[in-house]
Ligand binder design. Structure first.
Ligand SMILES: [Fe+2]
Length: 115
């Protein structure tokens, strides 16, 4: 049975260095920091090429997955918040972490990395 995302197709960019500005400003950028044994995952949309943050064009939410499980979700308001979030996690090394962001005009965008 083919998988069908609930909110439509999810856009993913294989090579960000070769991506268009449109792709760059929508693709989540994931970073992992480990300080004193505490692991923090940060997700920023608009890394390098800022995404609009206007009442009629904005990133409405960012969700973080560990494997197939949703582990955090941030609902964002335009203008007064920026599409950049962080969360402390307790996950095993080798876990695939995926960030998914939703632009109200341009749909779902995802990126992932391995802890
Ligand atoms: Fe957009």
């Amino acid at each position: 049975m083919p998988e069908a995302p609930i909110l439509g197709p999810i856009n993913a960019v294989a090579d960000l260095s070769a991506a268009s500005d449109f792709e760059k400003k929508h693709t989540p950028h994931l970073e992992i920091a480990v300080v004193d044994g505490v692991t923090t995952v940060s997700v920023t949309v608009g890394w390098g090429v800022p995404h609009p943050n206007l009442p009629d064009h904005f990133i409405g939410w960012i969700e973080l997955f560990a494997g197939e499980a949703s582990i955090a979700r941030f609902d964002l308001s335009p203008v007064v918040t920026a599409p950049s979030v962080s969360v402390v996690v307790d996950l095993d090394p080798g876990t695939v972490v995926r960030g998914v962001a939703h632009c109200n005009l341009h749909g779902l965008w995802a990126a992932e990395l391995t802890l």
